[in-house]
Design a protein around this ligand. Structure first.
Ligand code: HSE
Length: 434
């Protein structure tokens, strides 16, 4: 049996996918008994330098040729406009679709999955989360018997690479970002990585699979790493913590917390040790307990590996007559809502003069809001803050026990107005994730 595969978009991942389908065609045929034949690759610009030479006879600049000639259409264009119309057009024509487009699935996934279901075609999206890690397959199949309680993920390779370089080598944010771009990890618009959007797209997709319904993307809490300072990375290290951009989806009673933000993890935790471009996801189910998935979360070849796994999965199941699949939509009818009042531990850093009563005045406000202090660290280093007339200013770090976000924000509102606090306090949440 032969299955015809066409790719639209021959960038970093498209090129890797074409290469894998061509170089490993025989291997896949031997394993599955199906010949997955790459029939067409569409791109608007064939003059670009690529890591693999796509044979001339497969190339086109017209995506409609891919739609015409393929059983499975692989969308690797990215973005949300053309990619969406391409996928919907493919679905209308009865084509199965494989996509790595996390942004599109996070904002329009519900519409796409429902339409595909009506038309009886499959949407493969393993490559949309965690690059080469088969985490979608794990949630859909391996853990299918479980109620999912929590997901903690390092889901963006670029930011993890940047934070690791800053932590281990002390390189600047800009230098590390440039290197991540050069290696092909970063999005075309790196703000999607740095400001947390890419991780937020991915945790939205995982949440829909875990909890059986789509949550409005606008309601996901997103904070990136653009304002992370080397000082907090260093002070956190002294307290035994490593800073990560963590994506969290957690069921709390009848609500779900979905959030992405810089997070301190105890340095001994497994997720804290995930470095460089690697991604990791911890999934907790009611029967299985905690499981961890780890691998390269970005880059041409790992992502191509996930794309090809979808192609083969669709080919094997559909062409052997299996039509049942678990989609991320509409299996859960409950009214789970998104919870905004997080309950977490907090790292708070204040810039204050080093004199009697300063700590007491801050801790009094925390006590007023029922926030309990777990640890305090003050450094005898002088912060350079321009225009300060109160003498030397030092960093004062307070680690809290678990507290409600609303109480923390209210307390900080008051503390900020104390005359001894000379700069905006830094707030970083602290989690126990693995
Ligand atoms: N820009 C993404 C990352 C690529 O850095 O993880 C993979 O989705």
């Amino acid at each position: 049996m032969e299955i015809r595969v066409g790719i639209v978009g021959c960038g970093v991942v498209g090129t890797g996918t074409a290469r894998m389908l061509i170089e490993n065609r025989n291997l896949i045929r031997k394993k599955t008994g199906i010949d997955f034949r790459l029939v067409k690759v569409a791109d608007v610009d064939w003059s670009r330098k690529r890591e693999f030479h796509v044979p001339e006879d497969l190339r086109t600049t017209d995506y409609r040729e891919v739609l015409e000639e393929s059983d499975i259409v692989v969308e690797l264009v990215g973005g949300t406009d053309f990619a969406k119309s391409l996928i919907l057009e493919a679905v209308e024509r009865g084509r199965h679709v494989v996509t790595a487009n996390k942004h599109l699935l996070a904002v329009s996934g519900e519409e796409i999955f429902l339409r595909a279901k009506e038309k009886g075609v499959r949407i493969g999206f393993e490559a949309s989360v965690g690059g080469g890690i088969p985490v979608i397959k794990a949630l859909r199949e391996g853990l299918v018997g479980n109620r999912i309680k929590a997901i903690y993920g390092i889901l963006n390779g670029t930011t993890n690479y940047i934070l690791t370089e800053m932590f281990e080598k002390g390189v600047s944010f800009e230098e590390a970002l440039e290197e991540a771009r050069r290696k092909g990890y970063a999005e075309a618009d790196p703000a999607l990585d740095v400001d947390g959007w890419d991780a937020a797209h991915k945790i939205t997709i995982l949440s829909s699979l875990a909890f059986g319904r789509y949550f409005p993307f606008e309601e996901v809490y997103v904070e990136g790493i653009r304002n992370v300072s080397g000082l907090d990375v260093e002070l956190g290290k002294e307290l035994g913590y490593t800073l990560k951009l963590l994506a969290i989806a957690k069921k709390v009673d009848s609500e779900v917390e979905i959030r992405v933000h810089p997070t301190f993890l105890h340095s001994e935790e497994a997720l804290a040790k995930v470095s460089g471009v690697y991604n990791a996801v911890m999934i907790e189910g009611d029967f299985v307990g905690r499981t961890m998935f780890y691998g390269q979360g970005a880059g041409s070849h790992p992502t191509a590996s996930a794309v090809v796994s979808d192609i083969v999965d669709i080919g094997v199941s559909v062409y052997r007559g299996v039509s049942v699949e678990i989609t991320p939509v509409d299996w859960e009818k409950s009214d789970l809502s998104i919870r905004k009042n997080f309950y977490s531990r907090y790292y708070l850093r204040f810039s204050v003069p080093d004199r009697p009563g300063v700590l007491a005045s801050i801790s009094r406000v925390l006590a007023d809001f029922n926030i309990s202090i777990a640890a305090v660290l003050q450094k005898e280093m002088v912060c350079e803050i321009a225009g300060v007339k109160n003498g030397p200013i030092v960093p004062l770090v307070i680690l809290t026990h678990k507290a409600y976000e609303k109480d923390i924000q209210k307390a900080l509102g008051e503390i900020e107005n104390l005359p001894v606090v000379v700069d905006k306090p830094v707030v970083i949440r602290v989690e126990e994730a693995s």
